[in-house]
Design a protein. Structure first.
Length: 459
């Protein structure tokens, strides 16, 4: 066994999001979110479920904190639910909603666990959707007021903030593919929504800096490296187009203050834009979006392999055009491709040079093998996934990438959006009938990695 040590002070964490774990939609004055509405709409969620209970984390958070301690993480990424803080999206702050995160942050700090708070992990207050949602510039303004409210309450203790989680999913899955709330299918609207999300990011960076001057602020993007299926020019162009649509549409404005011209041209060609002028971009927007940040959070799950004759009308999911062996897919149908994480981190460093990087999510959905029973559930595929991705991350660090931390998705099985409870990502299994949490072997594996600040590679 060879050991690979991580840098001293490396952040080891797990990630969760409010809507996926909290439940308690009516507690302490919380308002309705677009995901409450979406999940209540028949046919939207694969198993017909909703997140009214989810992991009951709003009530059981102390129990979940004990799991964090058991893992030995020194960091925890969670999200704040906007509808708890501003039940109508704007206006009067609901202090009781903030109290929940206030207590959580204090308890984390007492346990020596550094909080990383995400302001927006998709749960827009429904009243804002009723006024146009992310399609409306006013929502970006409302987001800043929300950021102010949270920053004012928690900014003295939370030292790491992410504005948004995965703008691509907000825009494309929510407004173009209709697979996520608000369930719309309008490509032109999706581009406008993406812009307002990015704009609100830039504005919120400034707001957070006012209330938490010493804090690190960044954004979390889901990035899918694109590989051509062959070296042919046509396949390489297909990969370029996918990369432009999926990755550079967000990276370029945030780091270079510009939308990628080739991807804009692709959208014009598809009729989603009238011309290269983006009508929703006002003077000063791109400068605001490119506000300097302290880290880029990367959510990495898989890659895409692109073939020219298969450029889809709308690329909604990473697509693998050569079928990999069945054991090479997770239950999401995503190819396991650890080298993609290494390649992606190097590329980000080369093309964008963020001040630092965090893997803000990485993980795998696997059903437990039949007959698996407690006290520890064997999940060898998740252990292998975790080990291989940590090895890839380590390789990137050794090659000079300023990767400062890794957050595994997720602590617990939870409400996996349109898939309901059918996809299990947890280091801990949740029995949704009893709310019992049972550790998987991957939790033990991760605990040992954290304790050693190193991974042992198999020979
Ligand atoms: C990411 C989301 C996260 C979870 C994982 C599996 O896109 O940020 O909430 O659903 O995928």
């Amino acid at each position: 066994m060879t050991k690979r040590a991580f840098p001293p002070g490396f952040l080891w964490g797990v990630a969760t999001s409010a809507f996926q774990i909290e439940g308690a939609p009516d507690a302490d004055g919380r308002g309705e979110s677009i995901w409450d509405r979406f999940a209540a709409t028949p046919g939207r969620i694969a198993d017909g479920s909703d997140a009214r209970v989810a992991c009951d984390h709003y009530r059981r958070w102390r129990e979940d904190l004990a799991l964090l301690r058991e893992l030995g993480v020194n960091a925890y990424r969670f999200s704040v639910a906007w509808p708890r803080v501003l039940p109508r999206g704007r206006g009067a702050v609901n202090g009781r909603g903030l109290d929940f995160y206030d207590r959580l942050v204090d308890a984390l700090l007492e346990a020596g666990i550094a909080p990383l708070a995400t302001l927006y992990h998709w749960d827009l207050p429904q009243p804002l959707q009723d006024e146009g949602g992310w399609g409306s510039r006013a929502t970006a303004e409302a987001f800043v007021a929300y950021a102010e409210a949270v920053g004012m309450r928690l900014g003295d203790r939370v030292r790491r903030w992410a504005t948004h989680n995965e703008p691509w999913c907000i825009a494309t899955l929510g407004h173009e593919q209709g697979e996520h709330a608000p369930g719309l299918r309008d490509p032109a609207l999706a581009l406008r929504a993406a812009h307002h999300v990015l704009l609100s990011h830039g504005w919120a960076v400034a707001a957070l800096r006012r209330h938490a001057p010493a804090a690190e602020v960044g954004i979390v993007l889901n990035l899918v490296p694109a590989y051509p299926a062959s070296p042919s020019e046509a396949d390489r162009d297909a990969a370029r187009a996918f990369d432009g649509f999926f990755n550079r549409w967000y990276l370029d404005p945030v780091f270079h203050g510009v939308y990628p011209a080739d991807a804009v041209a692709d959208r014009v060609a598809r009729g989603h834009l009238r011309g290269p002028e983006l009508p929703f971009v006002h003077d000063g927007d791109l400068a605001a979006i490119a506000a300097p940040t302290d880290f880029l959070g990367v959510n990495y799950y898989t890659r895409a392999i692109l073939r020219s004759d298969a450029i889809p009308e709308a690329e909604n999911a990473p697509r693998t055009l050569r079928a990999p062996p069945p054991e090479g897919l997770t239950d999401m149908g995503w190819e396991v491709f650890p080298a993609g994480l290494h390649d992606l981190l190097l590329r980000l460093q080369r093309d964008y040079a963020p001040a630092s990087l965090l893997v803000a999510e990485n993980g795998a959905a696997y059903e437990d093998p039949p007959g698996a029973a407690g006290p520890i559930l064997e999940d060898p595929r998740r252990v292998a996934y975790l080990r291989a991705h940590l090895a890839a991350a380590h390789r990137a660090i050794a090659e000079g990438v300023p990767l400062a931390g890794y957050f595994h998705w997720s602590l617990l099985d939870n409400f996996e959006w349109g898939h309901g409870y059918t996809k299990r990502f947890g280091l801990y299994r949740v029995d949704f009938a009893t709310q019992a949490r049972v550790p998987r072997a991957s939790a033990r594996f991760y605990r040992d990695v954290i304790a050693a600040n190193a991974i042992a590679l198999e020979p």
